[in-house]
Design a protein around this ligand. Structure first.
Ligand code: BGC
Length: 369
């Protein structure tokens, strides 16, 4: 079967041939890969950045945002059958720390986890994949077309859930409403797929959503966020240094960072209200050293009771939350979620996909079947 693999640490990406995997244990499931999304992490890998090949191999099959169809199940598998749509999660735990033993490898404490398509395990940019059913998330047929967005949405779900839990743990009035986010002001910074999907999840929970980016308001991303009732703030006009948001939006109860640009990330603290929570999901690449007004920032964090949290990866439960949200999104806004998939390629075009990024592209996917 065909697969896209990479020699980690290099830019040597290739369309290669691998043996088709078969079910090797009674709790395994085999999926036919239908499509696989491409994100900043894939592009970082393809540029010679963070990636690790499986033990004993020189190359790694890349790809972690998968969507597939069950073709075969081991004899102990009862929860899915051939023909069902499903995805496999990304991270596999170290088996040593408590979070990993509790099936929360997204919170691994040793750092000795592996990630399919990224770190030590082959990924999903190929025709067939197998794994244990405990890593499988069933996808309802109604959201087949948006199913490839499950993984990036799961990352947003985890970060939002963490932020809300932190606020519940510390705010005296958190219990005044069953849905803390309802009516809360949330700024989403960076309107790539994760930011837009975070905006979607926040809107579904009744939050007042402001999306910040630096593109022209009439382009696809601002338009997409406005369609779900969000507001666009053009970062080129916003004056963050004054502590007031451009567009007169006021201070935010939550800031969701999805830009991965260190200089911007620090300035986003200016948007945060008293008692606010700032959650970061972007992973900045190496860059030049940055000058930041450290004392002023620390002063405000303390005097305004602000909380800052970083969030990476997602647990099985966050994938299920993502599937529920895509179902709800379909009920509210029809095919709006799948409109995030702007570019579709065949595997043979791999070189263009991983190294280029057209300005009007939101999510690019490789169609395998
Ligand atoms: C993936 C996560 C992964 C992270 C770090 C992200 O692109 O969506 O699943 O944990 O990269 O490798």
């Amino acid at each position: 079967m065909k697969a896209i693999s990479l020699k980690p640490g290099t830019t040597a990406l290739q369309l290669t041939s691998r043996d088709e995997p078969s079910i090797a244990a009674p709790d395994e499931v085999k999926l036919q890969v239908l499509r696989v999304g491409i994100c900043g992490t894939d592009r970082e890998e393809a540029a010679g950045g963070r990636a690790m090949a499986p033990a004993g191999r020189q190359d790694l099959i890349i790809g972690h945002e998968m969507f597939g169809k069950v073709v075969e199940t081991g004899k102990d598998v009862k929860s899915v059958k051939a023909g069902d749509f499903a995805v496999f999660t990304v991270r596999r735990g170290c088996g040593k720390c408590l979070p990993c033993q509790m099936d929360r490898p997204d919170m691994c404490r040793t750092g000795q986890f592996m990630e399919r398509g990224i770190w030590g395990l082959d990924g999903y940019q190929t025709e067939y994949v197998t794994d244990r059913v405990k890593y499988l998330v069933k996808v309802p047929a109604e959201i087949e077309k948006a199913g490839v967005l499950l993984e990036p949405l799961s990352v947003a779900e985890k970060a939002i859930e963490e932020a809300v839990r932190i606020q519940f743990a510390r705010l005296p009035d958190a219990y005044s409403t069953p849905e803390w986010l309802y009516g809360k002001k949330c700024l989403v910074a960076g309107l790539g797929p994760i930011g837009l999907l975070a905006a979607l999840a926040l809107r579904l929970r009744g939050a007042e959503v402001y999306g910040l980016d630096i593109v022209a308001p009439e382009t696809a991303r601002p338009q997409w966020i406005e369609k779900i009732g969000g507001h666009y703030i053009n970062g080129r006009n916003a004056n963050t240094a004054s502590g007031k948001t451009g567009g007169g939006a006021g201070q935010m109860d939550m800031v969701f960072e999805a830009a991965g640009i260190a200089s911007l990330d620090f300035s986003l603290l200016d948007f945060l209200a008293h008692d606010g929570i700032y959650v970061l999901t972007g992973i900045p690449g190496g860059g030049r050293p940055l000058q930041i007004p450290g004392a002023e920032m620390m002063r405000r964090l303390v005097l305004y009771n602000q909380a800052v949290a970083g969030s990476v990866n997602a647990a099985h439960g966050h994938f299920r939350m993502a599937a529920n949200d895509l179902l709800q999104s379909a009920a509210m806004w029809g095919d709006h979620a799948e409109k995030l998939i702007t570019n579709r390629y065949k595997a043979e075009a791999f070189n263009d996909v991983f190294t280029r990024h057209s300005p009007d592209e939101i999510k690019a996917v490789i169609e395998w079947a």
